[in-house]
Design a protein around this ligand. Structure first.
Ligand code: ADP
Length: 436
């Protein structure tokens, strides 16, 4: 039968037994209470011995076997040694897992840095140490932004938009370039993934240089050819049968010139990622200019202007005009001659915004994500017929990036399109402009 008191029942029975034996022995010599006192003293001494053995074992339990005691003490010893074995097992398992994790992350081709909620380094793998020059132990607990002194990285951490990556050149004057991406987890903690993209960046620079140089080299001979074609086309002595091919040659030469000019503009825009500061632009005056250019092409075109007066824009006037004109020009190119075009400029708490709305053919949804790629055309035949270079929207996207803004495209096939340039609030300038 099970003892409901466990070891305690056994211990009580032993005490009572010792007292009875002590009492009987005391009775035998004529002093029963001496016998009881002796039994109690003996029992206490035994308990102290057990306690000392337990204490000694607990202090050196990694090197010694548990004491061989019975009763309540025996149960305590077996309970403690079971807990100790379980703790040892979990510790070994955690250690093995940690070693496995360290080995696997060490073999990763990318760097990984673990940060706590205060963006302090709590762990990093070998590759991250190599790439970012982190020192084990010394750099633990240091804020990552103060170690990686790159303003673009500090901005990236502040914005909290971690679905994108940031490029960082850690050493001034060197080509080394790392791509960093934060991967948040838990309560504010994050992993920082570091990838060496030096080679890709060098190839990208070579590509940009090639396009810029090729366009530049093509420009001079094309200017000469266009000049001759112009002279021939206006020459009264030109035979009639050559007049039409000559006009077509002129048209194609003009298209090539437009493509080269756009390629050069794109190259200039791509040459730097720096945000443009620029000067205050009077959007009202720019609207009038855009309308004048539109009317010069087609005087019967209805053009509506909705402009927040005295709300200017801080930006590069040349780049902004080029971006706005590309959008207005597209609206004119791709919509019927009598369809209205609406230009809007407004400000709100999200920033300032410019939009061009047309009632043209619209663009199918599947084309929208790729529309700002270079030379991407919805209908190549039609776009070429309109004389477009295929680079207009790529230029607009770059201009917006250099102004910290973005281009939004909304379109419904058969109903028309709206292209909106969103600028951040810091680009807004409230000022009275002179009335022309
Ligand atoms: P392109 O010089 O060919 O106009 P863009 O980069 O300006 O090049 O435009 C890319 C493509 O987007 C165009 O070829 C055209 O198919 C489409 N597109 C641009 N704007 C409009 C618009 N307002 N309406 C319909 N399609 C447009």
């Amino acid at each position: 039968m099970n003892d409901p008191f466990g070891g305690l029942g056994y211990a009580l029975r032993r005490v009572v037994g010792a007292l009875v034996v002590g009492y009987l022995l005391g009775l035998f010599v004529g002093h029963p209470w001496w016998g009881v006192t002796g039994a109690l003293a003996g029992y206490l001494a035994l308990q102290l011995l057990n306690l000392w053995q337990l204490d000694d074992w607990l202090r050196h339990r990694n090197r010694r076997d548990p004491p061989d005691t019975g009763g309540l003490w025996g149960e305590i010893v077996s309970l403690v040694s079971r807990l100790h074995r379980r703790k040892q097992f979990h510790k070994q398992r955690a250690l093995a897992l940690f070693r496995e994790l360290r080995r696997s992350t060490a073999s990763m081709p990318d760097g990984v840095v673990a940060l706590n909620a205060a963006k302090e380094i709590i762990w990093f793998n070998r590759k991250a140490a190599e790439m970012l020059g982190l020192r084990r132990k010394l750099d633990f607990g240091i804020n990552v932004a103060s170690l990686l002194r790159a303003p673009e990285f500090a901005r990236y951490l502040e914005t909290g938009k971690y679905d994108s990556t940031v490029l960082v050149r850690p050493r001034i004057g060197e080509a080394t370039c790392f791509e960093l991406q934060a991967v948040p987890y838990g309560e504010g903690q994050m992993f920082l993934l570091v990838r060496d993209v030096t080679r890709q960046q060098q190839l990208e620079i070579m590509r940009k240089d090639f396009v810029a140089n090729a366009s530049h080299e093509l420009r001079s001979p094309l200017t000469v050819i266009s000049g001759y074609l112009e002279t021939f086309a206006t020459d009264a002595a030109l035979p009639d049968e050559l007049r039409s091919p000559m006009l077509e040659m002129r048209r194609q030469a003009e298209r090539m010139t437009a493509i080269i000019e756009d390629l050069l503009e794109l190259s200039r825009l791509e040459a730097s990622d720096e945000q443009v500061v620029g000067s205050v632009i009077d959007i009202g005056a720019m609207f009038k200019l855009l309308r004048k250019d539109l009317m010069a092409r087609n005087p019967s075109r209805p053009v509506e202007l909705h402009c927040a007066v005295d709300e200017g824009l801080m930006g590069d006037p040349g780049l902004i005009h080029s971006a706005f004109w590309n959008l207005v020009d597209n609206a004119a190119k791709y919509t019927p001659a009598d369809a209205p075009i609406v230009l809007r400029w407004w400000v709100d708490e999200a920033g300032c915004h410019f939009s061009v709305t047309d009632a043209g053919p619209g663009i199918a949804a599947e084309h929208l994500p790729r529309l700002t790629e270079r030379f991407y055309r919805v209908d190549p035949g039609r776009a070429r017929a309109t004389g477009g270079s295929g680079l207009g929207l790529a230029i607009v996207r770059h201009v917006m990036q250099r102004h910290g803004g973005e281009l939004q495209i909304e379109s419904v096939e058969g109903r028309g399109s709206t292209f909106t340039c969103h600028f951040p609030p810091l680009r807004r300038v409230h000022q009275k402009f002179a009335i022309e």
